[in-house]
Design a protein around this ligand. Sequence first.
Ligand SMILES: O=P(O)(O)OC[C@H]1O[C@](O)(CO)[C@@H](O)[C@@H]1O
Length: 534
Amino acid sequence: MNSATELWQRYQDWLYYHEELNFYVDISRIRFTADFVAQMQPKFEKAFADMQALEAGAIANPDEDRMVGHYWLRAPELAPNESLKHDITSTLSKVDTFAKKVIKGEIHPPHAAKFTDILSIGIGGSALGPEFVAQAMAVTNPLLNISFIDNTDPDGIDLVLGQLSARLATTLVVVISKSGGTPEAANGMKEAKYAYEQKGLEFNRYAVAITGEGSKLDRIAKEEGWIDTFAMYDWIGGRTSELSAVGLLPAALQGIDIMAMLEGAKVMDEATRIANLKQNPAALLALAWYSETNGKGEKDMVILPYKDRLLLFSRYLQQLVMESLGKEKDLDGNTVYQGIAVYGNKGSTDQHAYVQQLREGVNNFFATFIEVLSDRAPGNKGPELEPGIFAGDFLSGFWQGTRKALYENGRGSITVSIPEVSPRMIGALIALYERAVGLYGFLVNVNAYHQPGVEAGKKAAAVILDLQKKVMAVLDAETAGSASLSIADLAHKVGQPEAIETVYLIVRHLDANSRINLEGNTGNPSSLRVSSLL
Ligand SMILES: O=P(O)(O)OC[C@H]1O[C@](O)(CO)[C@@H](O)[C@@H]1O
């Protein structure tokens, strides 16, 4: 299948086009055969049926005993009961009203007519969607500027708060955490609160929360009298929450048309509900993924949007795909080590970074190009760079050239083409990938809606913080004055001689931040003597 004529035929045979959205999916450059499609047919029939049950309210996340309802966010009429419908519509209208009031100045900071900035605090699904959408829809002069704290890196927090310092008194803080207990989000909130207090500002008059009802964050927000709280429901997973209050409130505050985002997702949902492989763009993606990875994650998914605005799409998809599919066990309890690794930034920039390896190196990936048909805002043609050639022509040429060069060297690619980057298209893209991941999860028989592996890291971190508290207590009790301890003695005295390496790493970090005294050579742990600052 290599002659140009054959490829052109394959392109036409497999091209998916959604007329209303002007949205294309091309999987012709994935080398699957008709036999493979026939073999996959029964699996898809089951996946379509499973997906239908999920949308009807089945417990699709058995471990957490949860329904999976992100599709209802853009079609509340499909929610399985009246109370859920009411939750969706009332939250949406609350988000819309609140954002309009903030933009008009009807909700304003205590000592100014209007908010100028938004500081969004959250991590994972409570940050990646809002960050992606903010960058995708950025404008030169926004109504409100948005900044993000999405980590517990103190230096990163200082940078963001430092940049906001002169405008903190007109900055609205949006704390987002579904569980309301994620340490990074909680720390970001505490650090922001401290910065407000340092300036004599009452934090509660600047803060709103988006969180599950009754969560720790919800209780804090209510007890402290924050401006408002917005509900996050247990049937919405973090990584599929961009079209809930989590993504819609930050977007609406920036003046982004959230109804268009929801509409784009709704139209895409209708298209991806069709139980027919060739007519369903999400099923086509899942088919291509399965073909490339053998249904076992054997190749990585490289996301290459040829559009700066879509730079963060790969990071957004990284969580959506990897947290959903990256599972040790399948739904029957077999050990399967499933998943598909996702990475990428943007073209043509990446052509000058890692595309060399993609073209010629280890063949362990398939590419997904995102092509945006319109180059610039309407009416802005830009300068002619060469006779008859504009900057966007280069971008398009580079994309086509890379697609061709990869294919010729036996490397597969998918191309998703959209007319422009708009709220409607963002909604459609999100809905397309949510459905593709869901269908693929059913194809490979994993629970795509839980993330048990993340808990292991969180628990291990809690153990280390606990050990650090013990280390400090021992140092304060035993080394105040002139005494000091070796690392081995210290580990022994905290009652965990086996954790000597952890004790060393804790001590080295404390020393680098001037919180203890350390003598000796840090590169030679056995030479060290540790003591308290007391
Ligand atoms: O919104 P929360 O509860 O703070 O969780 C943030 C993120 O943490 C995770 O639970 C684990 O990384 C994600 O699934 C989630 O998006």
